[in-house]
Design a protein around this ligand. Structure first.
Ligand SMILES: Cc1cc2nc3c(=O)[nH]c(=O)nc-3n(C[C@H](O)[C@H](O)[C@H](O)COP(=O)(O)OP(=O)(O)OC[C@H]3O[C@@H](n4cnc5c(N)ncnc54)[C@H](O)[C@@H]3O)c2cc1C
Length: 396
């Protein structure tokens, strides 16, 4: 019996298999966001490393509906599922600007979710609606000069005074802190109540006593602005409380889960792009009379990187699927965040190595990928904090 060549099962290396969490609509959205990032953002990436990206990016993304993909239609969002937010996080990598992607993610996936989840109707109208339109900019203040990983150790105090609250303290490393119209602020309202002594506030950044002290200089993410903020006798009305008085710690821990998922998705996408760029380079660059990609050692580097990226991707997608289906898989979210950010930094580092001296030069953009991705092992909870969460989840 003979077998026609067409009947032979061959490896489908070039097939673009769609993961089960995505459907045709997600893929159309993906194409749209990618085209936008490539045409309207990437051409400015180098310039924005010097100047930070302009506020007009928020307005443009608001017009396109990208700031509210998974947000309710009644507040101007697109009413899409959670995976639409994953698509945005992934495709923003095509802007080639980690700082820009982070500034946007602070709006869409850090500050907006608690307003929509815990806010009053007035708060949603005042802040969420314009934030989804891109006409108001948000930031989120958890970290302080003396407390980052230890969120419960924050010192910013809000004290009740008649019907008002008076806030004193400081926040640092605050992304969008220089441009934001409002901050979702984590404060301590009852120092004796343990985890039940925290409260979130929505504090307008032009309120008397809010001081944007310093524009902080960083290793990477240069397109974003990062602020040191002081709060000196900032008086806000009771209507500025976001969520329940005393439940701010739980509210912010919930927020961090979504932030970690989106960050992990961005890490996988960033690593994938660095991989592809480096693969093209390795096929073209020659040494000792042949493309460097053809050395077995280089081939194995790509094989290792691809395997790591794929493992992180599957972990992120399956965990996102559980999260989107109403589960609260904190252990797996921590694992996905830990693994994806580690993989992204390992891949970026290997990509520099494969580029040789060119990898160290600014014009190739690979060193920036490494500098930008490096933040993910620190921000939104460090590797060590993720390991603590995972380890403690086993009762040890
Ligand atoms: C560019 C940038 C942007 C940021 N944007 C924001 C923002 O918009 N809003 C915001 O609120 N924050 C933001 N952050 C802050 C970020 O989330 C914190 O830096 C991070 O959570 C770590 O806190 P820390 O810097 O105080 O480090 P620390 O908590 O001082 O940790 C220092 C080291 O000690 C380790 N460590 C701490 N505790 C433990 C432990 N229990 N066991 C083992 N090791 C431990 C840490 O893992 C780390 O290696 C940003 C940070 C950066 C760098």
């Amino acid at each position: 019996m003979t077998t026609a060549a067409d009947d032979v099962l061959k490896p489908d290396y070039t097939a673009q298999g769609r993961h089960f969490i995505f459907n045709e609509e997600h893929e159309q959205l993906r194409e749209g966001v990618r085209a936008f990032a490539q045409k309207e953002l990437a051409p400015h990436a180098d310039e924005w490393e010097e100047t930070t990206f302009p506020d007009s990016v928020f307005r443009r993304m608001g017009e396109l509906g990208y700031l509210g993909l998974d947000k309710p239609e009644e507040y101007g969002g697109q009413g899409g599922d959670y995976f639409t937010a994953m698509v945005l996080a992934e495709e923003m990598a095509h802007a080639h600007s980690g700082g820009l992607a982070m500034g946007v993610a602070v709006q869409t996936d850090m500050a907006l979710p608690p307003i929509l989840a815990f806010g009053t109707e007035e708060q949603k109208q005042e802040w969420a609606v314009p934030a989804i339109k891109g006409t108001k900019i948000l930031c989120l203040g958890i970290t302080e000069p003396d407390a980052g990983s230890d969120v419960a150790g924050i010192k910013t105090r809000a004290v009740k005074d008649g019907d008002d609250w008076v806030i004193n303290g400081a926040k640092t490393y605050i992304t969008n802190g220089h441009r934001a119209d409002v901050i979702v602020l984590v404060t301590k309202t009852d120092p004796d109540a343990g985890y039940d002594g925290f409260t979130l506030f929505l504090v307008p950044m032009d309120a008397p006593g809010v001081i944007r002290e310093k524009r902080l200089q960083k290793l990477g993410m240069h397109a974003s602005d990062t602020a040191l903020l002081a709060f000196q006798d900032v008086r806000v009305p009771a209507s500025a409380v976001l969520g329940q008085v005393g439940k701010g710690f739980y509210h912010i821990m919930w927020e961090l889960q979504g932030e970690r998922m989106i960050g992990a998705a961005g890490c996988v996408a960033g690593a994938q792009l660095a991989f592809e760029k480096t693969l093209t380079y390795a096929k073209e660059r020659e040494a000792f009379g042949r493309p460097i990609a053809n050395f077995q050692v280089t081939r194995h580097k790509f094989a290792e990187m691809a395997t790591k990226i794929e493992s992180a991707r599957q972990m992120v997608y399956v965990t996102a699927w559980r999260f989107a289906n109403g589960e609260y898989p904190v252990r797996e979210i921590s694992m996905a965040k830990l693994h994806a950010s580690r993989v992204s930094v390992e891949v970026a580092d290997e990509c520099i190595q494969i580029h040789g001296g060119a990898g160290y030069m600014k014009e190739y953009g690979i060193e920036r990928v490494w500098r930008d991705l490096r933040l993910n092992r620190i921000g939104a909870g460090t590797d060590e904090v993720m390991l603590e969460v995972i380890g403690k989840s086993y009762g040890i």
